[in-house]
Write a protein that binds this ligand. Structure first.
Ligand SMILES: [Zn+2]
Length: 149
């Protein structure tokens, strides 16, 4: 995946450039799980597996939630969470969010501490509930069963 700077690609929008209304419209009414939609490069570009899990945790949304069941207010929180996570990742070392890919093809999260990703069975940093891992669309998904609804 390149830096995704070109706007002429027939792909998704840049998560750091998209407006709130455009962001919510991407997900409203979709049948699939929000996690899969976040990873769908035709909707948003550059949101990888780790970024998606961390953004959903910050927004308090379970990865398996159907997009259509998520309120506009919750999508607004997700919008802010995605921006926050990507901005932090860039600030911590990447000129683009997709710069750094490890041996498993997962993008690095730089020095930022993962709050849920890769922390299966470890206590949630907010409520101490053990973090759960499930597989959605073949991708590991990590979440706190208490903080995320
Ligand atoms: Zn929690």
């Amino acid at each position: 995946m390149d830096a995704g700077i070109s706007k002429s690609d027939a792909g998704g929008v840049e998560p750091l450039e998209v407006e709130l209304d455009q962001f919510t419209d991407l997900f409203r009414g979709r049948k699939g799980p929000i996690k899969s939609a976040l990873l769908n490069q035709k909707l948003l570009r550059g949101v990888g597996n780790i970024y998606a899990d961390e953004s959903l945790f910050r927004a308090g949304i379970r990865p398996r939630r159907r997009c259509a069941s998520i309120s506009r207010a919750q999508l607004g929180r997700l919008f802010l969470s995605v921006r926050e996570v990507l901005t932090e990742a860039i600030a911590l070392g990447g000129s683009s969010v997709s710069d750094y890919v490890d041996a498993d093809g997962e993008e690095g999260f730089f020095q930022l501490q993962h709050r849920v990703y890769g922390r299966e069975g470890e206590p949630c940093l907010v409520c101490k509930t053990p973090i759960k891992r499930i597989v959605i669309g073949g991708r590991s998904s990590h979440f706190c069963p208490k903080c995320q609804k």
